[in-house]
Ligand binder design. Structure first.
Ligand code: MN
Length: 715
């Protein structure tokens, strides 16, 4: 038996968490961590960067009230803990100086050389529209990563520090950041092999993006934590004893799966929540790869492995270099449990990823992963910035397949790609002229799905100015192909223009303070000479109309017209004939307090809808001139209300929900429910007098275990 000392495993959650005890020497934990990974390197540039950053950020503060310098310091600490090289730690300290202080990039380059390129890569682009600027900033990040992949690591460390302080942000802003993080940065961290950062970013994003569902999962996990922990402790001890008997030295830790991965298992993979043992795992760290295999053998001798769950990522690592043995065994009590076996080096690499590679100078210069270059290539060409984020998301989340040209040149494509994607990946001209394809010598359609190993030959038209077919847009997958096809289409033919127009207009709305009523948008469309709002959006998308013009036209209206009071409800409707019957719409059942609008029907008077009612939105798009502004004038009478409850499915859920409603002292008039992917949508109807009563019911339902969200249906 070997007697190698095993260093304690670095606790993955504590990345960058060390805080100096000495207020006059805040930098020392960073230096300590850096020197631990790079014992022979000079730390003077880091100390210099610290002095510069400290004086530049002097007088600035974070939303939390802390001095601003706490942020760059924290980012540098995360980077140092990851094992990053000196330039990266320097860049961590300086990363916000160019953006937020008078320090210029030239000065930074003069003072710190190569680290300045990393600072440049993470510096935000300022632009008028917030949405477009964040897309452009990510585009710039990807392009900088093509030059130097370390930029990505610095940016991700920055995002991690910020995500940890989202609680100081307005919830809406935090949730926007969380979405961007979940869509982009989590996948970048995964691709760069930064497992610990990826998991923490995922968890924080989940918490701020969907606080309700997050809380529901936390509550359900907590309710079962006792028996789960007992089971885990017991299994860990059994594994320890078995390995010791077999002569394998091992550090054994329990692994609680993240709330995000539990949520994904329940909702996406439709696992039963009560199989709580799926939510724990055991990690075994041993001295050598040989020991990994021996340990797995010993474990399989003692417990029965579940077929098809044995994964050898040591012999064939994942594309992000992940290495380990995975197996799921059936424990003594019949419960399955996953065991991961790896060496300490594999463990470090999984947790800290690409940054850890730069520690090993003897391995030579670390080569940038191939996918970055490919991604940068299409990102560079994308003209419409609003497409960057969705396209990046789909690129980052898809599995890769490897195909070949007839000459054997490898072409990497996302899973689900077709010959048209392939053609554009080879050359734009080949894409534009494609008329057919052969896969492995067999004629096939241009929309066929390719698989790894396919050899693809594209048949092209001899005509030099042939152009792609707009139909291709319905099946191509890669952003490059989409982009090239769209560019070659005549203007106005693009089916996505309307959607684009809506986005442009909505992002201009985000900047403005004043909300526009739907009827005023419809009126604006008419004034500008369009059939309806959709037609206006198409024009916006084509760039024929500017958002400002729409604003002007919409605000021009609003001349007050005479309004009619309803005698049945306390509300008034503008611009309808006297004596017109006023009724509440059955679809959305508005209640005093809701934003409402009237719709003038042909024979049944005016129907009052909630402005968010999907039926109303459809009607008003078709017949905008029938829309009338309406307002509540108080609250009298009885109203029918319907509530929708979204919950994680479990035993006795519906009984508990019904009890919660009767506890709130309202009488149920009807209920119905549907279940999909372990999520239950239950609908309850009852009569109420005012919104306060509705609120009581909502509160009472929210207390029920497993409930994610309670809301009015269709309003
Ligand atoms: Mn920052």
């Amino acid at each position: 038996m070997k007697k190698l000392p095993i260093r304690p495993l670095p606790p993955s959650r504590a990345l960058g968490a060390e805080i100096s005890q000495d207020p006059f020497d805040l930098l020392s934990p960073v230096l300590r961590s850096f020197s631990f990974h790079h014992p022979r390197e000079d730390t003077a540039p880091i100390e210099r960067a610290w002095q510069v950053a400290k004086s530049l950020h002097e007088g600035q503060f974070r939303a939390s009230g802390e001095p601003y310098i706490s942020h760059p310091l924290g980012v540098a600490q995360i980077l140092a803990d990851l094992g990053s090289d000196r330039d990266m730690v320097v860049a961590g300290l300086l990363h916000d100086t160019v953006e937020d202080t008078g320090y210029s990039l030239e000065e930074c380059r003069r003072d710190f050389g190569e680290a300045a390129s990393l600072v440049e890569g993470v510096t935000k682009l300022s632009s008028i529209s917030r949405e477009l600027s964040s897309a452009e900033t990510i585009r710039k990040l990807i392009l900088s990563m093509q030059q130097d992949a370390r930029v990505g690591v610095v940016k991700i460390a920055d995002r991690l520090y910020n995500a940890r302080t989202w609680r100081f942000m307005p919830p809406q802003k935090a949730s926007r950041k969380a979405k961007e993080t979940l869509d982009i940065y989590v996948h970048l961290a995964d691709r760069l092999g930064m497992g610990a950062v990826k998991t923490e970013l995922e968890e924080l994003s989940f918490k701020y993006l969907d606080p309700k569902i997050y809380k529901a999962v936390v509550r359900m996990v907590a309710a079962r934590a006792g028996s789960r922990d007992a089971y885990l402790r017991n299994m860990m001890e059994e594994v320890r004893v078995a390995l010791k008997k077999g002569g394998i030295r091992a550090a054994i830790t329990g692994r609680l799966k993240s709330y995000f991965s539990i949520y994904r298992k329940i909702v996406v993979l439709k696992k039963d929540f009560d199989r709580i043992y799926d939510y724990v795992g055991i990690r075994v760290v041993v001295d050598s790869p040989q020991d990994c295999y021996s340990a797995m053998g010993i474990i399989h001798e003692r417990w029965r492995p579940v077929p098809n769950r044995i994964k050898d990522y040591i012999a064939s690592p994942k594309p992000n270099r992940y290495k380990a043995l995975h197996t799921t065994i059936v424990g003594d009590s019949g419960q399955e449990i996953e065991i991961q076996i790896r060496t300490e080096e594999m463990h470090r690499e999984d947790e800290y990823g690409i940054a850890a590679h730069w520690r090993y100078k003897e391995l030579g210069d670390f080569e940038s992963p191939e996918w970055i270059g490919r991604m940068a290539n299409w990102v560079k060409d994308l003209q419409d910035p609003s497409e960057i984020l969705p396209a990046l998301k789909s690129d980052l989340t898809s599995e890769e397949i490897l195909t070949f040209t007839p000459k054997g040149k490898p072409i990497y494509l996302p899973e689900g790609a077709c010959p048209v994607d392939f053609a554009y990946a080879v050359h734009t001209e080949i894409g534009n002229r494609a008329v057919g394809a052969k896969i492995n010598g067999e004629p096939s359609s241009l929309s066929a799905k390719l698989k790894t190993g396919d050899c693809v030959e594209i048949l092209t038209s001899p005509c030099p100015n042939s152009s792609p077919s707009p139909d291709w847009l319905s099946f191509v997958l890669t952003p490059k192909a989409k982009n090239k096809i769209k560019r070659s289409l005549p203007r106005g033919k693009n089916p996505e223009d309307a959607a684009m127009g809506k986005k442009i207009f909505l992002s201009s709305l985000l900047g403005g303070q004043k909300a526009l009523s739907y009827s005023s948008l419809l009126q604006a469309s008419r004034r500008l000479g369009f059939r309806n709002f959709n037609a206006l959006c198409t024009a916006l998308g084509e760039g024929k109309v500017q958002p400002a013009a729409v604003w002007k036209a919409a605000l021009r209206g609003g001349a007050s017209r005479e309004s009619q009071e309803s005698d049945k409800y306390s509300l008034s409707v503008a611009g309808v004939e006297k004596g017109e019957k006023i009724e509440l719409a059955k679809c959305c059942k508005p209640v005093p307090g809701d934003a409402i609008a009237g719709f003038v029907t042909n024979s049944r008077g005016v129907r009052i809808h909630s402005v968010r009612c999907p039926d109303f939105i459809k009607l008003s798009e078709k017949m905008p001139d029938k829309v009338a502004d309406a307002q509540w004038k108080g609250a009298k009478g009885e109203f029918e209300a319907e509530i929708e409850v979204l919950a994680l499915d479990r035993q006795a859920l519906l009984a508990d929900l019904s009890r919660a409603i009767s506890d709130a002292c309202v009488d149920l008039s009807s209920s119905r429910q549907k279940v999909a992917s372990n999520l239950v949508s239950a609908y309850f109807s009852f009569k109420i007098c005012d919104l306060a009563q509705l609120e009581r019911v909502t509160k009472s339902l929210e207390q029920v275990e497993g409930v994610i969200e309670v809301k009015r249906s269709k309003s």
